[in-house]
Write a protein that binds this ligand. Structure first.
Ligand code: 13P
Length: 291
């Protein structure tokens, strides 16, 4: 089926109490692994490209790969831009076939963040494309920009309410205590804040920094209002380890397609596990029929 906007699938997930996995592919094989995992789990799925990945391959190539994979599939899939910071890149994504974009102006003062996010919402809505926007600053490294523990701050619920009232968002990303990359200790996730923000905004929430969270934290986040869970670092590790571990155990095998096959299986198994954990399994085709 054609790629779909994120708004419909997240509204359904929020209503039914599960979360849609949002995974960051780094090449065609990882895109295909995400689509195969979602297909086998019969789950809706979000493929989110980092701005770095878009710069590496170019808009047209990524959009073409993704359109082809989605057309061969019967489950709803979204092509989303993760942490878009430049209006020009976002505009090109909308023009070339992304069905959802994130504007991350969270480093700017509130009014400027709101104004820049509004500009993206206007541009995207006219093209039928969904929008994610961020408030507060999420700790860790994303797009080579590092936010330290001292600089990170959680989203303010009053500002969150204004932000979501002013903007028509498909999904809202407030900083809630999670961070990008593997955690060094147990993260202090503020579940009360998630509940309060979801209660006051009635907008499905995105959980950034999904790598390394315990199942208990994941389930509490979903119950509190998170309908999109982002996983990037864990998939990157499966990508590299899947390849190198095969070579370590089969040092004389120089048949690239066998190495790629092993890497693909490692990624797909991880992705299937995550989709099941987030509760999306079995929802895909049924949802496709009503979108
Ligand atoms: P991780 O790299 O921690 O999985 O976070 C991914 C993310 O939130 C992308 O926006």
């Amino acid at each position: 089926m054609p790629l779909v906007s994120m708004n419909g699938i997240l509204a359904a997930a929020a209503k039914e109490g599960y979360a849609v996995g949002a995974f960051n592919p780094v090449d065609y094989a990882s895109m295909k692994a995400i689509m195969c995992a979602a297909e086998e789990e019969n789950a809706p799925v979000i493929l989110q490209t980092s701005a770095k990945t878009v710069r590496y391959y170019g808009h047209e190539t990524l959009a073409m790969w993704m359109r082809e994979l989605a057309e061969q599939s019967a489950i709803p899939a979204v092509l989303h831009l993760d942490h878009g910071k430049e209006l020009e890149m976002i505009r090109r994504c909308i023009e070339t076939g992304w069905t959802s974009v994130m504007i991350d102006a969270s480093h700017l003062p509130f009014e400027q963040n709101l104004a820049m996010s509004r500009e993206v919402v206007d541009m995207a809505t006219a093209a039928g494309v969904g929008v994610e926007a961020e408030l507060g600053e999420i700790v860790g490294v994303e797009e080579d920009i590092s936010v330290s523990e001292e600089d990170a701050h959680l989203a303010d619920p009053d500002k969150a309410e204004i932000f979501c009232r002013e903007l028509e968002l498909g999904v809202f990303a407030p900083a809630i205590g999670t961070g990008h990359g593997f955690y060094k200790g147990t993260p202090k996730v503020d579940f009360d804040l998630i509940e309060e923000i979801y209660g006051r905004t009635a907008t499905p929430l995105a959980l950034h920094g999904g790598t390394g969270l315990s199942d208990d934290i994941i389930q509490r986040c979903i119950r509190s209002g998170c309908a999109k869970i982002n996983i990037s670092t864990h998939l990157k590790h499966a990508f590299v380890d899947g390849f190198s571990n095969y070579h370590k155990t089969n040092p004389d095998d120089y048949e690239p397609l066998k190495v790629l096959g092993a890497q693909f299986e490692v990624m797909k198994q991880l992705l299937r596990e995550k989709i099941r954990q987030f509760g999306g399994s079995g929802k895909g085709r049924q949802l496709a029929a009503v979108l």
